[in-house]
Design a binder for this molecule. Structure first.
Ligand SMILES: N[C@@H](CCC(=O)N[C@@H](CS)C(=O)NCC(=O)O)C(=O)O
Length: 227
């Protein structure tokens, strides 16, 4: 099984299935297609277009199967490994987990657009300004806080639905955004973020991201070069 991903410092969508595979110790080969630009002639597009019709990462390749788009990838993994509880086992919890994953897959565009993932740096001033001036970012963050608090209040374990599940992997990039932009969150939410940072999968992803040291202009809203 192979997972095509982009730069670990930047690629929020790649992070999700990668963390899931690592967290559940599913063996896979990681193939990094480095970002240079996203123009048709970029090396990234030249390489990834040979694998997927969307020209985007992540992509899962398993035997003859090519699966693109994060939601399709995690659903396929859940089907391939039914013995592992990638989704919560309980039907009601699973429905809630799916709902919140769908919510970020199709929404939270203000938070995602204004606060792109950038693990190696911090932008406290940008975060403070957005929290003052951008009501859409505030609304997104507020909804995520209440969603996590509601899940955690019913959870019988350290993660959103008890044990680690697809839902935690789906929100892991938000956890990094909260840190990068120093977004204000209540204590219980900060503690959940720390538990995510403490997982082996996340530690490894962050360590690899910090080792990349590659500045990609198209993924940078707030830096003109690497500091
Ligand atoms: N809906 C897709 C989004 C994938 C996506 O946008 N990936 C970014 C990297 S995080 C990408 O490949 N961008 C290339 C581009 O925008 O051309 C998914 O869920 O996997």
């Amino acid at each position: 099984m192979q997972l095509y991903i982009g730069n670990k410092n930047y690629s929020s969508w790649s992070m999700r299935p990668w963390l899931l595979l690592k967290q559940f110790e599913i063996p896979f080969e990681e193939i990094m297609v480095r970002f240079d630009a996203f123009t048709p002639e970029s090396q990234f597009k030249q390489r990834i277009n040979k694998i997927t019709p969307t020209g985007r990462v992540p992509v899962l390749v398993h035997d003859e199967l090519v699966v693109w788009d994060t939601f399709a990838i995690v659903e396929t993994l859940a089907e391939l490994f039914p013995q592992l509880a990638l989704w919560p086992r309980n039907i009601a919890a699973r429905a809630r987990a799916r709902s919140i994953c769908a919510e970020i897959h199709s929404g939270f565009t203000a938070l995602r657009n204004h606060c792109p993932v950038n693990i190696e740096t911090t932008f406290p001033e940008v975060g403070a300004r957005l929290m003052q001036e951008n009501s859409d970012v505030q609304t997104d963050l507020k909804r995520i806080i209440s969603m996590w608090q509601s899940a955690l209040s019913q959870s019988k374990g350290p993660f959103l639905f008890g044990d680690y599940s697809i839902a935690d992997a789906f929100y892991a990039p938000v956890v990094t955004r909260i840190r990068t932009y120093v977004l204000p969150v209540p204590e219980d939410v900060a503690a959940y973020c720390q538990r995510i940072f403490d997982t082996n999968s996340m530690r490894t992803w962050v360590r690899d991201a910090l080792e990349e040291k590659q500045y990609v202009a198209e993924d940078e809203l707030y830096r003109s070069k690497r500091d």
